[in-house]
Design a protein around this ligand. Structure first.
Ligand code: GLN
Length: 304
C-alpha cells in the first residue's frame, strides 16, 4: 500500500504547476503550493500517510457536510430541506444567480456557500459561539482528535473580505431563507471554514462516514440515515461544478475545500484525506483530484 501510494503521489506532483493557490481569502495565499500529502485509513483504523500529512490547513468547504449533518441532527430533515434543496447547480460554489432566478427560491443544495450558510444557521445554539462549539465537537469526535481548533488568522482574514458571502446572507434573509442576525450566522460559517485539520484528521473523519457515522470502535456519532444523505450530496455536489466528472472518473463521495484539502471515502472500505493547495479553476485541488482518481482506479473503489 505504502509503495503504491507513494508512486501515485509522485506521479501527480506534476499537476501542481497547473494550479494556483487562492488569494481571495488573503491568508490562504500564504500556503506552500508544493505541499502534497495523502492519508488513507481502513476499517480497522490502520493508517498510511505519505507526504505532508501533518501540515495543518483549514477545512473550508470540507466543513459543509459536517455542518449539514449537525443541522439535520439538531433541526430535523424536514426543516433543513424546507430551506435547502437537493439538486446540483452547475454553477460556481459562491454563485448568487439561481437564488434570484428560481422561484420559489432557496439554495439548491448544502454544498454551495448559500446552502452551507443556511445549514450553519440551523445548528442549535443561541449565538455563533454555541453553534460552532457543537460543530467542533462533532469534528473532534469523528477525527478522534480533541486538539482540533480554529485558525484565527484565516477566520479573520475571511471575515474581513467576505463581501460575496455577506451578499448571499443578506439576500437570503430578504427571501425568508435565513432568520435572525445575518452577521452572527455568517460568523459561524467563517469559523467552521477556519477549523484547522491535517490530511490524517480528514481521513479519520472520512472513515467514520464510510462506517455509517460510527467510530471504528462502534460508537454512533451520527445516525446512519443522516450520513447517507450527506454522502449522497458529496457525490452529486461535493466537488462543486466538477462533481459529474469526478463521479465518472473516481466514483467516490468527496468534498473539497479552497484550502486544497479533499475528504473522500469508499463506503465500508476506507477514508481518504488529500492535501495540495494549488487549485484548478473550479476551486478544487488539482493534484488532489488526480490522486483520488488514480487511487480509486488502483483499488477499484468506485461505488458505481
Ligand atoms: N470559506 C470559503 C468561502 O466561503 C469556502 C469555499 C470553498 O472551500 N469552496 O468562499
Amino acid at each position: 500500500m505504502e509503495e503504491m501510494l507513494q508512486k501515485i503521489l509522485d506521479q501527480n506532483r506534476y499537476w501542481i504547476k497547473y494550479g494556483e493557490v487562492p488569494s481571495y481569502i488573503p491568508a490562504l495565499a500564504k500556503a506552500n503550493p508544493e505541499d502534497l500529502g495523502v492519508s488513507v485509513v481502513n476499517m480497522k483504523g490502520q493508517i498510511v500517510t505519505i507526504g505532508d500529512c501533518s501540515t495543518k490547513f483549514t477545512m473550508q468547504s470540507i466543513s459543509k457536510p459536517l455542518a449539514l449533518m449537525q443541522a439535520i441532527m439538531d433541526s430535523g430533515p424536514v426543516e433543513v430541506f424546507r430551506k435547502v434543496g437537493m439538486e446540483p447547480t452547475g454553477d460556481p460554489f459562491n454563485s448568487i444567480i439561481k437564488l434570484e432566478t428560481l422561484k420559489p427560491s432557496k439554495p439548491l443544495n448544502p454544498m454551495i456557500n448559500a446552502g452551507a450558510i443556511t445549514t450553519s444557521s440551523l445548528i442549535n445554539g443561541s449565538n455563533s459561539t454555541e453553534r460552532i462549539e457543537r460543530l467542533l465537537e462533532l469534528v473532534r469526535t469523528l477525527a478522534g482528535n480533541n486538539e482540533i481548533g480554529i485558525n484565527e488568522e484565516i477566520y479573520h482574514s475571511e471575515k474581513e473580505t467576505a463581501d460575496r458571502n455577506r451578499a448571499l446572507g443578506y439576500f437570503m434573509r430578504d427571501i425568508g431563507v435565513l432568520e435572525g442576525n445575518v452577521e452572527d450566522i455568517l460568523d459561524t460559517y467563517f469559523r467552521q471554514c477556519a477549523i484547522e485539520v491535517s490530511c490524517s484528521d480528514i481521513a479519520n473523519i472520512a472513515v467514520g462516514l464510510a462506517n455509517k457515522g460510527n467510530t471504528l470502535d462502534g460508537q454512533e456519532v451520527v445516525p446512519a440515515d443522516i450520513v447517507r444523505i450527506s454522502n449522497t450530496f458529496m457525490v452529486t455536489c461535493g466537488m462543486y461544478n466538477a462533481s459529474g466528472e469526478f463521479a465518472i472518473k473516481a466514483g467516490l463521495p468527496a468534498k473539497s475545500g479552497v484550502s486544497g484539502g479533499i475528504m473522500a471515502l469508499a463506503p465500508q472500505k476506507i477514508g481518504i484525506g488529500v492535501y495540495s493547495p494549488a487549485l484548478d479553476q473550479r476551486g478544487n485541488s488539482i493534484a488532489g483530484i488526480h490522486i483520488l482518481e488514480d487511487l480509486s482506479a488502483w483499488l477499484d473503489l468506485s461505488i458505481f
